[in-house]
Unconditional design. Structure first.
Length: 305
């Protein structure tokens, strides 16, 4: 699978929110003399940055950390950050297990050290009809899976969030079957766009965004991006996600962004970018069609929604 340079910018080129905010004026001026102090981008970096900017404006950090879906804490988006504030994310471990030859439990610091982080700017489209553009820091999930050495029977990857009702007030309520579980087909998990994220805008993830590590699958609806992961399991059979358990007619296993397949209760044709009042058209596979469409060749996307 070829990577698209349009969406990928190495962290060495962009580390600060101010750089994003300044880039608009930089691009308008189209000259290095006007570059904001601290940007220190090379010529190649400028081209990559300008391209990414031309595609999408990143959402403000303040919005990314204050408008959240994290039902373990609250069903109210703007209440999540305060309620999640004290989540203990260190010590933390992530176990990689199931149908692998080399199961391993990673301490979060080891995980970060072993795999490092690069910065990638991805669109995130929530199934509810809003979207953001987020500069994630993370690494490709494929690297972790390769290290675990999957057995040949492994066909899917199952992810599980921390279960800790003491820390997570939502888990004391039975509106969902906790813990939060998500899944991907193995080839989706191995796609080079699929990340495990540990940061945003060069800062460590905050609890409300899924600290210390969460999944990012940019061509799928945001709910596939499971937060605060403690277990990654290679399995033979398709996992049943929390959302499939909750309402299988509304939330399927695939959850690929698709403007042509409506949610039973609303249209998916358009979306509102947080920080912008207008609605824009939703793109097939959230704009990542070139990178991912091959995986779904011949599938009826209305049936496998
Ligand atoms: N992960 C867990 N564990 N619990 C959740 O409630 N919400 C999902 C997803 N991951 C959720 C989760 C949904 S519905 C969305 S849209 C995204 O997280 C939101 O991510 P953000 O708050 O970082 O924007």
């Amino acid at each position: 699978m070829k990577r698209s340079a349009r969406y990928i910018i190495p962290s060495s080129q962009i580390t600060q929110e101010s750089a994003y905010l300044n880039r608009r004026s930089f691009i308008k001026s189209a000259g290095l003399a006007m570059a904001a102090p601290g940007m220190l981008l090379g010529a190649a970096g400028e081209v990559a940055a300008a391209r990414a900017r031309a595609v999408d404006d990143p959402t403000l950090y303040a919005d990314i950390i204050s408008y959240n879906n994290y039902y373990e804490f609250s069903q109210e988006k703007t209440a999540v950050a305060a309620l999640a504030h004290d989540l203990v994310t260190d010590p933390w471990s992530v176990s990689v297990e199931g149908l692998v030859k080399k199961p391993r439990k990673y301490d979060i610091d080891d995980l970060k050290k072993s795999f490092g982080a690069e910065q990638r700017i991805y669109r995130m489209r929530c199934v509810e009809g809003w979207s953001m553009v987020i500069p994630w820091d993370g690494f490709e999930l494929s690297r972790l899976i390769t290290e675990a050495d999957p057995q040949s029977e492994a066909k899917y990857v199952k992810f599980t969030t921390l279960l800790d009702p003491k820390q997570m007030p939502g888990q004391r309520k039975s509106y969902f079957s906790w813990p939060y579980v998500e899944g991907l087909r193995l080839d989706e998990a191995m796609n080079s766009l699929t990340l495990l994220a540990t940061g945003i805008y060069g800062k460590p993830l905050l609890p409300q965004n899924g600290a210390p590590v969460r999944l990012v699958v940019p061509w799928k609806y945001g709910f596939k991006g499971i937060k605060s992961i403690v277990k990654i399991e290679l399995v033979a059979r398709r996992p049943v996600s929390l959302w499939m358990n909750t309402s299988s007619a509304e939330y399927g296993f695939y959850a690929n962004v698709n403007p042509n397949v409506d949610h039973p209760r609303w249209s998916q044709r358009t979306e509102r970018r947080i920080g912008d009042l207008r609605r824009v058209r939703t793109m097939m596979f959230n704009g990542y069609e070139k990178e991912v469409a091959d995986m779904y060749k011949g599938m009826d996307l209305a049936r496998y929604f």
